[in-house]
Design a protein around this ligand. Sequence first.
Ligand SMILES: Nc1ncnc2c1ncn2[C@@H]1O[C@H](COP(=O)(O)OP(=O)(O)OP(=O)(O)O)[C@@H](O)[C@H]1O
Length: 215
Amino acid sequence: MLDLKDITYQPQTGNKKILDDISFNIHENEIILICGKSGSGKTTLLEIISGLITPQKGKITWKNKNITARQRRWISGVVFQFPERYFLGTTIGKELKIGYKSLREKNIEQVLKKVGLSDINLTQPPEKLSGGQQRRLAVAVQLMRNPTILLLDEPTAGLDWSMKNDVKNLVLNLKNKNTIIIVTHEPSLFEGIPSKILVLEQGKIKELMKKNYGG
Ligand SMILES: Nc1ncnc2c1ncn2[C@@H]1O[C@H](COP(=O)(O)OP(=O)(O)OP(=O)(O)O)[C@@H](O)[C@H]1O
């Protein structure tokens, strides 16, 4: 579906390549983990895939045709690190409808069911939810747009063990129905879920594990 070939990125402000000749592909309904030490280029790769930045070198194709950064922004739903810091809505209901005032209540119901938040009260502020529920809400906000690729940057950062499990169960719930890329420091938490694990080291792919983890 999405193919990255020889992607190299060096910011104008920096003197070294953050990503160096990265190639891999993403199939429909695949779940991919991107791991690697801090500073290895994980978030930068996510920004390239989602069209927030453009690589100096390399080719990105979608179903064998070139895809521009603008088109990638259109197909991507990105949940950044600590997404709860960026909630804007005064209520959960308003948060879900930001930018989509015309959406019907039915869309909200469907999306909340997908993320396992069916029984929450939409009139309460997002801050009333637990940490794990807030992460689920952030994913729900993106799913409202029905993105082709969902990108999660460190979705378990700063959560306690049970909330981390909550996020893992959310990903399990979305498996086989959504194409998901997860940047994580905790690959073991998602064991058995991804079909590919990409390990970055200093901007290069150190390891690309393709495995059928039983799913
Ligand atoms: N615009 C920029 N200008 C200069 N250097 C940058 C820029 N953006 C990122 N970097 C550097 O590139 C490297 C990779 O950053 P990136 O955020 O992609 O890594 P990461 O693997 O996601 O790290 P972390 O796990 O800490 O989030 C880091 O050393 C970072 O400081």
